[in-house]
Design a protein around this ligand. Structure first.
Ligand SMILES: NC(=O)c1ccc[n+]([C@@H]2O[C@H](COP(=O)([O-])OP(=O)(O)OC[C@H]3O[C@@H](n4cnc5c(N)ncnc54)[C@H](OP(=O)(O)O)[C@@H]3O)[C@@H](O)[C@H]2O)c1
Length: 322
């Protein structure tokens, strides 16, 4: 089988294809022949050496934490009926691989009508996106600001907010991304690489600012996104792609009546993870939620995928395909 290894922390060129012996499932395990591998922005940060300690990662390692494919072998104690089934799964030992060995009790059947690529795209963004969306309790008629709105998770949050009857201000960088956000239903689009962009957010959101902020960028972008929110707003400060989470003054937040949730509120236990993933799959299979897959790359070209993600070129998500 083929896997992609990070030999040492560094640039995308450190992602190197290597051959390994075909895996055998142990008791309670299955082998999945992988069709599509999820990739995440945070994986580029870890590969570059930022956050490796926080995530407990040391090279050499196989990156990635989620795949979709077909069960090709089952181990002792596993129902043989799994063989040949379309599944998605987290991959604790790395997912950038043509085959993975995973515990059978973590398998998520991929419903009829959902592509394996779409299932892979939803494994993280669908779960986290639904998690933050449910917690924010978005109501019909409210104004929602989605920051990094054309990213993997942001593109889902725009759709979920519209489906709940909210009005959406989508903030992202560049025309292609703003066009995508409009296509997904955003009522107002704002380019946050332009100065005073939050003035346009406030104007767009009835002149008083959004009731809910989903911050998928963090840093200074996140700080001003929180500042423009209406008093009493619910904030999800989960984003750190700009280099760190949004700095939020807790006294100021309390004075303004803001409810703030952060990355620490996004740790889902196995049952909750399964519920959210199944909901994301069902919504997508029914055509109510569309994961945006901007680019796919052959597994061997994982380095090109990371380069494209880092260059912020990708609309929605990049996936690796086998
Ligand atoms: N996916 C998950 O399950 C998960 C879980 C926990 C936390 N998060 C956080 O949630 C956010 C969204 O996650 P995602 O995986 O869906 O990522 P993503 O939105 O697909 O990619 C990150 C986006 O951040 C924006 N960005 C803003 N400033 C940036 C900068 N200085 N450098 C690079 N990018 C910058 C870029 O959009 P523009 O080009 O439009 O600026 C980029 O496309 C991320 O901040 C991530 O850390 C995600």
């Amino acid at each position: 089988m083929r896997v992609i290894e990070v030999r040492r922390f560094g640039g995308p060129e450190e992602l190197v294809p290597v051959d390994r012996p075909d895996p055998e499932p142990g008791p309670g395990q299955v082998v999945v022949a992988v069709s599509a591998v999820d990739t995440l922005f945070v994986e580029t940060q870890i590969r570059s050496g930022r956050g490796g300690e926080w995530f407990g990662v040391r090279p050499p390692y196989v990156p990635g934490d989620g795949v979709a494919g077909e069960v090709s072998a089952v181990g002792e104690g596993v129902d043989a009926a799994w063989t040949g089934r379309r599944v998605a799964t987290r991959t604790p030992d790395g997912g950038y691989a043509s085959h993975v060995v995973v515990p059978a009790d973590g398998l998520l059947p991929v419903p009829y009508g959902l592509d394996l690529t779409d299932a892979a795209a939803l494994l993280h963004d669908g779960v986290t996106g639904l998690g933050v969306f449910e917690a924010a309790r978005v109501r019909s008629g409210e104004w929602v600001l989605v920051v990094a709105a054309a990213g993997g998770m942001g593109s889902l949050l725009v759709q979920l907010s519209k489906a709940a009857g909210a009005q959406v201000v989508a903030a992202a960088r560049g025309k292609r991304k703003l066009d995508l956000a409009r296509e997904l239903g955003a009522d107002v689009v704002v380019d946050y690489s332009e100065p005073e962009w939050t003035d346009r957010v406030r104007e767009g959101a009835d002149g008083r600012g959004p009731d809910v902020v989903f911050d998928g960028a963090g840093g200074e972008i996140g700080r001003v996104a929180v500042a423009v929110a209406a008093d009493g707003a619910r904030i999800s400060a989960h984003g750190a792609s700009s280099g760190g989470f949004a700095p939020i003054d807790t006294d100021e937040a309390a004075r303004r009546g803001l409810t703030v949730r952060g990355i620490q509120d996004l740790q889902f236990g196995p049952e909750e993870y399964r519920r959210l993933a199944e909901r994301a799959f069902d919504e997508a299979a029914a055509g109510r939620l569309r994961p945006v897959i901007g680019r796919t790359f052959p597994l061997e070209r994982a380095a090109d995928a990371h380069a494209a993600i880092e260059a912020r070129e990708v609309l929605g998500k990049a996936l690796l395909v086998c």
